[in-house]
Design a protein around this ligand. Structure first.
Ligand code: SF4
Length: 447
């Protein structure tokens, strides 16, 4: 890459990537917990996809029973620390808190959950769950992300022999590799992996099912399979110049930043991020915090249609990110390195099949923007080659088709959950789906 932004002092990196929401002290946690009204119908609990008994864990924090609070949380969610730090709480539990109706700040449920889970891990993960005696059945899980870990933990508790097969050397999926360091740290995700392992789950890392081990072999050696592979390769822009030096995929860039080896991650002085989802925003804010002079986001629809959450958008604006809405890249220009993007202005036409108004080019409106780096974040594709090895598993609208009640695919022995069935949702949805699949697998084995 040409025109790499100068490296910062270590202290500056630490400051730029400091946690957005600092932890509660014991006193502030108890004070916040005491604001909770312990509503009889707990709208916060209904709004959480894993249905954590929020009022109960908050009550436990208020009475000083922090270990009990962690138990209540983990009863519903095995990746609760990740969720506490990375969930979009203002559109989930905190968004449903009754305090909003009074125009008062909602209970800070995410920070309270984090308080309980931080203490639990700091105290050496005291044993809260005793797995049932082994029942002689085994389940193979592909992917050690939040869906796979949740399914594995739940099944291990019920007495199953559970083996997770994970392609990466370090497990945790996007919880480990895809969340901005100012939201959470890799160590948090790895603590949750350790918790799942402590229940007897075996994790085989560096094993790609479909390559090192055949899918058919897993089907033979296990009584059931759960697929939690997430999404695969990043979608391409499909414009000329995409292979130029300095053009990178958002998830690759974010993965490097997640390791916290800030100085080893090169960033251009002028960066353009293509896309406007939450991943695109993470990439843009990380580029800025690594020292880029100017970061812009290019999105072909308007602000109203952008998929990123409002608070992510505000975060990016506060970081000084420039937004070019109704703009689409036509070509990436340069000889060896990317030097500019040729863009075209867009306008919104009639709604498409998905109900969203289709962007259309405005003829003759091309213009060029000089850049040193382009980060592409226009979605990910499902790994169809692996799925094709699983008889009965079908794909619909770019995702694995499952029965939403049981997470079962067209093959009665194979279940699935997480991003591979949703096309990309929150960690908390993946956690809920993994757990739901585990219950359905157990029910089918007992019937
Ligand atoms: Fe407490 Fe708010 Fe939930 Fe009511 S809705 S139980 S006040 S967190």
């Amino acid at each position: 890459m040409k025109n790499i932004a100068p490296k910062l002092e270590e202290k500056q990196y630490e400051e730029n990537f400091a946690e957005l929401h600092p932890p509660f002290t014991s006193n502030s946690a108890v004070a916040e917990a005491n604001r909770c009204l312990y509503c009889y119908d707990s709208p916060c609990m209904k709004a959480c996809p894993t249905h954590i008994d929020i009022s109960t864990f908050i009550k436990k924090i208020a009475t000083g029973n922090v270990k009990g609070a962690a138990k209540t949380i983990l009863d519903s969610n095995w990746v609760a620390l990740t969720c506490a730090k990375a969930c979009p709480v203002d559109v989930l539990c905190e968004g449903a808190c009754v305090y909003n109706e009074r125009n008062e700040p909602p209970i800070q449920i995410g920070r309270l959950q984090r308080y309980a889970m931080d203490r639990y891990f700091e105290n050496g993960m005291p044993q809260l769950f005793i797995p049932a005696e082994k029942n002689g059945r085994s389940v193979g899980i592909v992917g050690a992300g939040p869906a796979g870990l949740s399914c594995a933990a739940e099944l291990a508790l019920k007495g199953y022999n559970v083996t997770i097969y994970e392609a990466k050397k370090i497990p945790g999926g996007l919880d480990t590799w895809g969340i901005a360091p100012y939201k959470m740290r890799q160590a948090d995700s790895l603590n949750e992996v350790r918790l799942v392992e402590s229940l007897g789950v075996k994790i085989n890392t560096g094993v790609t099912v479909g390559k090192e081990i055949a899918a058919s072999e897993l089907l033979k050696s296990h009584d059931a399979m759960f697929i939690g592979i997430g999404l695969g390769s990043s979608a391409r822009l499909e414009v000329p110049g995409e292979k130029l030096d300095g053009v990178v995929e958002a998830l690759d860039f974010i993965e490097k930043v997640t390791t916290r080896k800030w100085r080893s991650v090169d960033v251009g002085r002028r960066v353009a991020v293509i896309g406007a989802g939450n991943t695109a925003i993470d990439a843009a804010t990380e580029a800025k915090r690594l020292g880029a002079d100017q970061v812009m986001m290019i999105y072909r629809r308007s602000e109203r249609e952008m998929p990123a959450y409002r608070y992510e958008f505000e975060l990016a604006k506060n970081d000084g990110i420039i937004f070019h809405f109704l703009t689409s890249p036509k070509r990436l220009l340069g000889t060896k390195h990317v030097e500019a993007i040729e863009c075209i202005s867009m306008r919104l036409g009639q709604p498409g099949k998905d109900g969203r108004r289709r962007p259309e080019e405005v003829p003759g409106s091309e213009f060029q923007v000089p850049v040193d780096m382009v980060i592409v974040s226009v979605g990910q594709n499902l790994d169809k080659s692996f799925l094709a090895q699983l008889p009965g598993v079908t794909i619909e609208n770019g995702a694995v088709k499952v029965d939403p009640e049981t997470m079962r695919t067209g093959n009665p022995k194979i279940y699935a959950g997480g991003d591979c069935i949703s096309g990309g949702q929150e960690v908390v949805n993946a956690a809920a789906e993994g757990k739901r699949a585990a219950r359905a697998i157990d029910a089918s084995m007992r019937s």
